[in-house]
Design a binder for this molecule. Sequence first.
Ligand SMILES: [Zn+2]
Length: 511
Amino acid sequence: MKMTRKSFLRLTAAAAASTAFGKQAFAQSSVGSVPDGSASNGPLLIRGADLLTMDPELKEIEGADVLVENGKIAAVGKGLAREGAEVIDGGGMILMPGMSDGHRHVWQIIDAGRLAKTAPSGYAGYQEWKMRTIVSMTPEDHYLGGLVGGLLAIDSGVTSIIDYAHGQINEENALAAARGIKDSGISGWFAFQMGVSSSYRPGDTVPLADAHAQRIAETTEVHWSIAERLQKEIFSDNAAVMQLSLAPSSVNGSLLSEIETEWSRIRAMGVKLISSHLHKTAEPMPEGYMGYRDSGIPDLHKAGLLGPDYHCTHANKLTAEELEMLRDSGGMVCATAMGEFPYMAAEAIRGPSVHARARAAGVAAGIGVDVNLVLTQDYFEHIRAAFWSHYLEPAGVDIAKQYKSEDVLDFATALGAKSMRLGDETGSITVGKRADLVLLRTDRMGFAMQGTLADRVLNYASREDIDSVWISGQAKKRNGKMIGVDWPELKAQVAAAQARFGPLADTITFT
Ligand SMILES: [Zn+2]
């Protein structure tokens, strides 16, 4: 990990020393601390682990070795040797691919616990919380949120993420959030939400309807300029493990001509992933708008806008025909099953998560945490929720009846990576893929000793069992501890941030 102890200490010292946590301080701290996806610490040999490869050919192999060279998986087998390699004894442990999360609002971790999804009446104020908080946060808060959110994901075995960044009201905040997640060393996409705007600040009184309209307003040249700076200054290296994605402001309910204009410009920038929330509109939209038919996929199809870069999240009302259109165009879908359970209580979007039906239809389908503000960081819990949610409808029950445990893990590994347009790079222990790996201890009483590896991981693993995590062959976590991460110090910084922006957020009056 190139984020050395020294640079990390410099970063935390800068934070502690200055209420400004100066822009300069964290701009400098990111220099030299950004992990380079192509580099590695030299060859690595993980010996004697039980391999849950998630590779369709290799499946599960007991007591085998994995050789990593130049950040990639170079060999999988028994009795492997490589002179000069760092040798890790995996005896009694399970080695699995690093997991993927296709939709998480990483910045929200900065205010975790402020609301609770398990207290629905309070959680109903989610949008108001968001509208107050995003205008009260500083670039320093966004850097810290990105960094801590990324580190927590890695700590839980997630090595690839789509960070859906929709809480950044200006250029400084967007750049800081991007630097934070990038400096965490996680792979994936920083999906910047276009169109976020705000005319009010702490202390102001603002009509609630105005604030709502600004959450995602029209994309202006200001947003394009932010997107270009992100691309040039932070995500210019096409070989880096984290890349820029853009989330257009024109979505379901928008004029198709506006969608075409915005998406064409995103594509012309060379951005390889268009991320979007997708909800069926409460009423069908007029012709010419997305949402005229079903959840709007047929409208995108007819307008020739679907493609292998289109990624939608939630989308729980997709019809069989819409799933076919996504499959045929290479589109991807993400369900956030644990976060989506309240959909069953919302008339307009009532229905279970889509991932089971999508997978059955041949669509690249993944899962994600979504609101880390209110949900556990233990990713194994989210995978289990993705299974349970199948039982919310008869069609899901029929699909689940045929499942084995590896079918459920697929959403977070091989298929999950594919559902983030990373299927060729990661998601399974396959020669040639990036060495994004998770090594699980199994000695905890309660981690069952019998069953397939997939059975045992799906049903018994938790974050505390994760011994090691590698991304591109670089160790991020070893012996149960994140490398170079001072959790108490970061926790103190988050507490200090909350103590500052929380009271500020409370000074805004919505009328
Ligand atoms: Zn979301």
